[in-house]
Design a protein around this ligand. Structure first.
Ligand code: FGO
Length: 420
């Protein structure tokens, strides 16, 4: 994988900055920032080296244009580590100029009154994907810009399907049938999934589920129960295998059949798969209409407590990264959906798609995708409550209804402030 991500942006960077083969993008940024009078830190949750390289390469390209100012990406672990560290930073009075943030993180950081109004800082959004921009807009004010937004897609093993003469399923029903048939023939569950809110969401959304009705969070709907049951039945029938730790793309073997996973996994799946990898839009309720993916990945926000000089550099950096060409390079390298509507017109984008046809599934899927609730407590709900209950249900400790009823009760208590 390292090769895949580093080559593209790395090559672009090498031309732009004269970087030598031995220098990593992080080395370049470090040297640039050592000389700068204003350093705007960007705290992020990219823990994979390949992603850090692409982000650092983007910062290095920007820094070349930024005079005696610079942007310094700073890794904080994964996304949850990042939000934990930011909240600790709020308490200690120390925050960076910028950070990655999910929509619910924006809601939470806003409650703490930590976010800068991006429009006032001159961040331009007219060519950006509208619904991403709307998702980062609260009370008519822009607090984040889409930076690395993903959708989920269906990864599959073409060789396994071929071996057993199976077709790529077109609906959730066909998927369940194919997974059962292939698992019986292969002697092992072929659908690999992480028992998390992320995996549950596309099944729930594709069946027509909604997390909120009339402004109220509802986790234990009939559709929710049906979605969880769908997953539980596949596990019971030995057609689905829960992956409890680590990324699926780090554990691929030739008995892997299918997964529903983030498009940001594309470079990792591509380099790890020793079989012919297939990538398709998700299966949904109806043939010919893709399922509904969860939109994940993050926005970038700017913090109010940064100095005016840092805020100005940060705003310039965001405008730079969202330019069509930069958005195209960054997104395609990492399997993200380009933030700029103009990205697909660029030569860089076209060249990438020509060489990586799997990426087309990402672009198709982007039209069929939805968000999780933008509640400030959602991060706690999705991991500590919903995911915990999904795990119990999938392990056979609870029925789908018991699990989601418990999730609903715990979420209500949390939202009412009873367990904060
Ligand atoms: C990840 C997480 C949230 C929230 C969703 C939220 C917090 C989910 C899901 C939990 O940028 P995305 O699409 O993909 C991630 C990216 C950066 O790490 O690369 C993906 N990756 C990394 C290494 C690898 O080997 N394979 C690979 O796919 C990685 O998944 O974001 C999807 C996965 C999760 O982090 O376990 O978004 N998520 N909503 N996290 N904290 N809060 O509200």
């Amino acid at each position: 994988m390292k090769q895949y991500a580093v080559l593209g942006m790395g090559a672009v960077l090498a031309v732009a900055t004269g970087v030598t083969a031995q220098q990593t993008p992080a080395d370049v940024v470090k040297a640039q920032c050592a000389k700068a009078t204003t350093v705007a830190e960007l705290w992020h949750g990219f823990s994979a080296a390949a992603q850090q390289n692409v982000l650092n390469a983007l910062a290095a390209e920007f820094n070349k244009t930024a005079g005696d100012t610079c942007v310094l990406p700073v890794a904080q672990g994964n996304y949850s580590d990042l939000s934990t560290k930011l909240k600790a930073g709020f308490a200690a009075g120390k925050v960076p100029a910028m950070a990655q943030a999910f929509e619910n993180n924006i809601a939470q950081y806003l409650e703490a009154d930590k976010l800068a109004n991006l429009s006032s800082l001159g961040v331009r959004t007219q060519y950006l994907q509208r619904r991403f921009v709307e998702a980062a807009t609260f009370n008519n004010t822009l607090y984040g810009v889409p930076f690395n937004k993903s959708v989920q897609v269906m990864y599959y093993n073409k060789d396994l399907l071929k071996k057993y003469n199976a077709k790529v399923p077109g609906t959730l029903d066909e998927f369940a049938k194919t997974a059962r048939d292939l698992s019986a023939k292969a002697g092992a569950p072929v659908f690999w999934f992480q028992p998390t809110a992320s995996t549950y969401a596309p099944i729930f959304l594709s069946l027509g589920g909604k997390y909120e009705t009339g402004g109220k969070l509802k986790l234990n709907t009939d559709i929710g129960i049906a979605a969880l049951q769908w997953l539980m039945d596949l596990v019971k029938d030995k057609a689905a295998r829960p992956i409890l730790t680590g990324f699926i793309n780090s554990q691929l073997t030739d008995t892997f059949g299918f997964s529903f996973d983030t498009s940001a996994g594309l470079p990792f799946y591509k380099s790890a798969a020793k079989f012919n990898l297939g990538v398709a839009p998700l299966v949904g309720a109806k043939r010919g209409v893709p399922g509904t993916a969860l939109i994940q990945g993050t926005n970038v926000v700017i913090f109010k407590d940064a100095t005016a000089a840092q805020e100005a550099v940060a705003a310039k950096f965001l405008n730079f990264s969202l330019q069509a060409r930069n958005s195209a390079i960054f997104a395609t390298q990492l399997g993200y959906v380009p933030s700029s509507d103009l990205a697909s017109e660029t030569a860089e984008y076209k060249a990438f798609v020509a060489k990586t046809p799997e990426y087309e599934a990402v672009i198709k899927q982007a039209r069929f995708a939805g968000f999780e609730p933008r509640l400030s407590d959602w991060e706690a709900i999705r991991f500590n409550i919903l995911e915990a209950q999904i795990k119990e249900a999938v392990a056979g400790k609870k029925t789908a209804k018991e699990a989601l009823d418990a999730a609903q009760k715990q979420a209500e208590d949390l939202l009412a402030g009873r367990t904060k």
